[in-house]
Each structure stands twice: as structure tokens, then as C-alpha cells.
Design a protein around this ligand. Structure first.
Ligand code: 13P
Ligand code: SF4
Length: 332
């Protein structure tokens, strides 16, 4: 017989008491999964808070690159994913495509010695390792500007992967010149050269959506994630990571209306009133939504039975270089 939601929650809590385990969930998880988590946050906070915790197992409710980041920073922990979900943006680049991008830049006259790669944390371990090997580092949506400011001090061109929108948004904020590989611009003329990756969920928000809300509710604020297109970020009142958005919105006066451009589950939990989703289409991240309470229960049961499901494994060389790239970011 299938267990009800309440029964699943009860059993999950029993396993949490019995096992040396922490359930970790990103803000985009479904409400019922988010509600049973011990640690929640944006991708940077999850990697840091989990590193500081001493449980043997981490049950990571999110997407693959986030679970990998925990494993890379805390190699002695055993990280299991209730669902082997993968971020669609992270999947847009692998190690071979990273090498091909370097070659394309070399062919257009930008030498490897003159390139400092930065990878958004939304990338797989092999890409982080390539970046680490070239002297580069990782950034997240909450610290991208700081990381790029520091990186530029080396006097090199930044190759930013995989999110073209985040790369272009930071370049716009800093008054720098950016291009996207293959857009016809000579990379030698740009300060930040972006790989052509993107998040399809954040591409749903349009300038028309912003005009619609501004017209309908004069005085409304628009708050968006930096994975949105530069035209959206330029027209918004606030741009920030998931946790930065939460802090900004929860501190607004109760009667201040706000329309938010990021994933639905998170926006829906924010405030009981005066908060709108900045799109007529429900912006759900399909892979974030895959994880269910039943999956969390199944994975805890598998740990208890001594055969953990979906355990993250990373080969030693990838682990070493990806850790260097992540730790360069944390050092800042
Ligand atoms: P944050 O780092 O802001 O949590 O974002 C992760 C993400 O995947 C947004 O789409
Ligand atoms: Fe990846 Fe976009 Fe989903 Fe974030 S919302 S996990 S970037 S696919």
C-alpha cells in the first residue's frame, strides 16, 4: 500500500533520528520536500553550510551540480541524491566543449595565456576541473560580480561559462564589454567572453511581462534572478540570487507589491499577499521538481539498509581540480 504524505514525513523523521544524515534542499524544491529539510539555501549557502556540518551522509534534494559541489568540498562525506536530476544549463557544456571554446578563442587570436576562465557553479565537475587547471575559479549568482572584479585584476580576458545571461549582466553592471562565442563579435574586442548557455526557465520572463505588471499595478517592484536576459535585468528594480531575492522581498512592507522573475515553488512560498509570478506561464524547473517525498524516503531507507542509492562519485583528478576552483572562490 502506498504511504500517505503524513506517513512519509513520519518515516523520514524516524530515519533522520536514527542515521547520521542531513537532508539538504535548494529553494526551488517542492514545498513538501523543502519542509522536511534540515538545511536550505541558495547554491553557495548549501555548499558552505553542508561543509560545516559533521553528519556522514548528505541527502541532497536539488540538481546534480549542487550535490557534486558538496562532495567536492567535503570529499569524506557520502552524498546521495533522491533523484539523479540534472540542471539543463549545466548540461549545455562538458569538458570537450570547454576545450573547443578555448580553441575557438585561440583561433580568433586570444591566446590561452591571456584567458582566465570563470565557471558559474551551475556546471558539472569536469568543467570546474578544467577551469581550475587553467588557474580559474567558480562563482555563484550571489558573488559573480565580486569574483569577476577580482579575476580582472590579472589583466586577462574572462571566459565565462556556461550562462551567457549572468556573464552579460555582470559585464553590463560593471560597464565592461561582453560577447557570446559565435555571435559574430571578435572575442579579442571583449572583456568577458560568454559561452552560449542559458536557463530555459529564466528565459520565460519578458520585457512585456514587466510592462504588463507596471501598468496594472503602478508602484510595483520587479525583482529577478540574474539568469534572466539582460533586457529583463536592466528593466528590473532588484537583481539577486535566490537567497538575496528572499531577503529583499521578505523585508518589503506588507502592502508593497512585487513581481518576481524566478522559479515558481520559491516565489509561491515567499509572502502570503502582494507577490506575483512575473510570467503568465508557470516558471517551473522540471528537474528541480522531480524529487518527491517518496524519493527522499527511498534514499534514506537505502542508506539504512547499507546500499545507498544514487551516491555521487567523482574521480580523483576531477575532484582535485574542481576543489581548487571552488576553494579559490571561497577564499574570496
Ligand atoms: P542560486 O545560486 O541563486 O540558488 O541559483 C541556482 C539556480 O539554479 C538558479 O536557477
Ligand atoms: Fe538549472 Fe535553470 Fe533549473 Fe536553475 S532553474 S537548476 S539554472 S535549469
Amino acid at each position: 500500500m502506498e504511504l500517505t504524505i503524513e506517513q512519509l514525513k513520519e518515516k523520514i523523521n524516524e530515519y533522520k533520528k536514527k542515521l547520521s544524515v542531513k537532508v539538504v534542499a535548494h529553494h526551488y524544491q517542492r514545498d513538501e520536500v523543502f519542509g522536511i529539510a534540515d538545511i536550505t539555501g541558495d547554491s553557495l549557502e548549501l555548499a558552505i553550510k553542508t561543509k560545516e556540518d559533521d553528519s556522514e551522509f548528505v541527502v541532497f534534494c536539488g540538481v546534480g551540480f549542487m550535490g557534486q559541489s558538496v562532495k567536492i568540498l567535503s570529499p569524506n562525506k557520502r552524498v546521495v541524491m533522491p533523484k539523479a536530476a540534472c540542471c539543463a544549463m549545466a548540461k549545455m557544456i562538458d569538458g570537450m566543449q570547454f576545450d573547443a571554446s578555448i580553441k575557438a578563442l585561440n583561433d580568433s587570436g586570444v591566446t590561452s595565456e591571456n584567458i582566465l576562465p570563470i565557471t558559474y557553479i551551475n556546471s558539472n565537475a569536469d568543467v570546474k576541473a578544467k577551469v581550475g587547471q587553467m588557474g580559474g575559479m567558480v562563482c555563484t549568482s550571489s558573488n559573480a560580480k565580486k569574483i569577476i572584479t577580482t579575476a580582472l585584476k590579472e589583466g586577462k580576458k574572462i571566459l565565462f561559462v556556461p550562462d551567457r545571461c549572468l556573464g552579460q549582466n555582470i559585464a553590463n553592471q560593471m560597464g565592461l564589454k561582453s560577447c557570446v562565442i559565435g555571435d559574430g563579435t571578435n572575442p579579442a574586442d571583449a572583456d568577458i567572453i560568454c559561452f552560449n548557455g542559458f536557463c530555459s526557465v529564466h528565459q520565460l520572463f519578458t520585457v512585456d511581462d514587466i510592462s504588463f505588471y507596471r501598468k496594472k499595478y503602478p508602484g510595483i517592484l520587479i525583482a529577478v534572478h540574474p539568469e534572466c536576459d539582460p533586457a529583463i535585468c536592466d528593466a528590473a528594480d532588484f537583481v539577486g540570487s535566490t537567497s538575496q531575492l528572499i531577503n529583499f522581498i521578505t523585508e518589503l512592507p506588507q502592502d508593497q507589491k512585487v513581481a518576481v522573475g524566478t522559479e515558481f515553488n520559491m516565489v509561491n512560498r515567499l509572502r502570503p499577499k502582494n507577490t506575483y509570478v512575473l510570467s503568465s506561464t508557470k516558471p517551473e524547473c522540471p528537474t528541480m521538481n522531480e524529487t518527491t517525498l517518496k524519493d527522499v524516503y527511498d534514499v534514506l531507507k537505502s542508506i539504512d539498509e547499507g546500499e545507498p542509492l544514487n551516491e555521487i562519485q567523482i574521480d580523483a583528478n576531477t575532484q582535485k581540480w574542481a576543489k581548487i576552483a571552488l576553494e579559490r572562490m571561497l577564499a574570496l
